[in-house]
Design a protein around this ligand. Structure first.
Ligand SMILES: Cc1ncc(COP(=O)(O)O)c(C=O)c1O
Length: 382
């Protein structure tokens, strides 16, 4: 593949990966790496998990796609599992990415709210996707500039500020959309007080509380969903990333009364819920439940957090479960991530001074030791 024919949307690639296995990756020269980024919190079961690989292979030679004009067998079963994990009593719409899951949530909020009640309030520092609507929901004004005018109907408030949210809710507001941990914004966890306050405000004002679990969902934080840390039940939950372990799939769950605002013809996507993607998701969810990934993310996350906090040059560690950021004493995260890659460890600079770690939820103690040893050397030289 010639890189020059790709649009210039990503920085020049330092490495070309050709193979993966568990927490390991290999580049085109045969060099081995330890993957502590998981393709941006996607490969929660590691690379080439045998159950997921064989489910995909088997489905590929059985039935890939027939469109949503017809019934298929796997999607409804996966929807049952997602519904049970998200709290029960809801329905699921399948799509192909996190941005699309949030698009579905935004449209659902508008349909449920009715005419005149369409605004979605989100937080500064958030990330909800790159389509025009989800870009506007993303609370990072510098990302909006080049693409104005963006679709109307979005409002941003300070993160973790209930008074600001209270003031932003007028009769035009249909929903609040928040991440339990702002992932792209720097791995900033919400608090139980904030999420419970948001739930209360939404109930008082009769609007929806929608939680974007695209990065945090399915065990990553040590619970099936990030909101479970905070003792609230959202009205709408969006997921993607880990659901396919690399197979592109997203989903929007909504409680029944909200979900039924959609009628046939209101929303659709050609590939949504097709047998190939949902077979991967079925295998992923089976393995996740069998391997008790929530407990693993909690224990391995605690081990990784403690080990990182002892690394000289690391000022602090934040996050939940296995979605962590190591805050460096100096703003050298980009350079440290590049050095780590040279040294055989994949992480990324989520801010100027913080490295993000989102390894496989099946990561071992030895892999954690190895990663922290590499990071220790890298950070010491910066
Ligand atoms: C919280 C959150 N929402 C939405 C998205 C967008 O997902 P996608 O890139 O699959 O469209 C991301 C991607 O990083 C995300 O972290």
């Amino acid at each position: 593949m010639t890189v020059t024919k790709l649009m210039n949307t990503y920085p020049r690639h330092a490495v070309t990966f050709v193979r993966g296995q568990g927490s390991r990756l290999w580049d085109a020269d045969g060099k081995e790496y330890l993957d502590f980024l998981g393709g941006l919190a996607v490969t929660s079961l590691g690379h080439a998990h045998p159950d997921v690989a064989s489910a995909i292979a088997q489905q590929a030679s059985t039935l890939l796609h027939v469109s949503n004009l017809f019934g298929t067998e796997v999607g409804p079963a996966v929807a049952d599992t997602i519904d049970a994990l998200a709290g029960g009593g809801g329905r699921v719409f399948f799509c192909n990415s996190g941005a699309e899951a949030n698009e579905c949530a935004i449209k659902l909020a508008r349909k449920h709210g009715g005419r005149g009640r369409h605004v979605v309030v989100s937080a500064y520092g958030s990330f909800h996707g790159r389509t025009l609507a989800t870009l506007h929901a993303t609370g990072q004004p510098q990302k909006h500039e080049a693409f104005q005018p963006l679709p109307e109907g979005f409002r941003h408030v300070a993160w973790d500020d209930l008074d600001a949210l209270d003031a932003a809710i007028d009769p035009s507001v249909a929903a609040v959309l928040l991440e339990p941990v702002q992932g792209e914004g720097g791995v900033n966890p919400a608090t139980a007080a904030y999420f419970q306050g948001v739930r209360r405000l939404c109930d008082e004002r009769g609007i929806l509380f929608m939680v974007d679990e695209v990065q945090t969902g399915l065990g990553r934080t040590g619970e099936w969903f990030g909101f479970l840390h905070f003792g609230v039940q959202p009205d709408v939950v969006t997921i993607a990333k880990a659901l396919g372990n690399g197979m592109p799939i997203g989903a929007c769950w909504a409680r029944e009364e909200v979900a039924t605002a959609f009628e046939p013809g209101d929303h659709a996507t050609t590939y949504g819920g097709q047998p190939l993607a949902t077979s991967a998701a079925r295998a992923v969810l089976d393995v996740m439940q069998r391997e008790d990934v929530c407990t693993r993310a909690t224990t391995q996350g605690a081990g990784l957090r403690t080990a990182l906090s002892h690394v000289p040059g690391v000022a602090g560690v934040r996050g939940l479960g296995l979605l962590l950021a190591a805050e460096l004493e100096r703003p050298v995260a980009k350079e440290a991530a590049a050095d780590a890659l040279d040294a055989g460890l994949v992480v990324n600079a989520v801010t100027a001074s913080a490295l993000r770690l989102a390894p496989s939820l099946l990561v071992t103690d030895d892999e954690i030791d190895e990663a922290v040893t590499i990071l220790g050397k890298v950070v010491a030289h910066r």
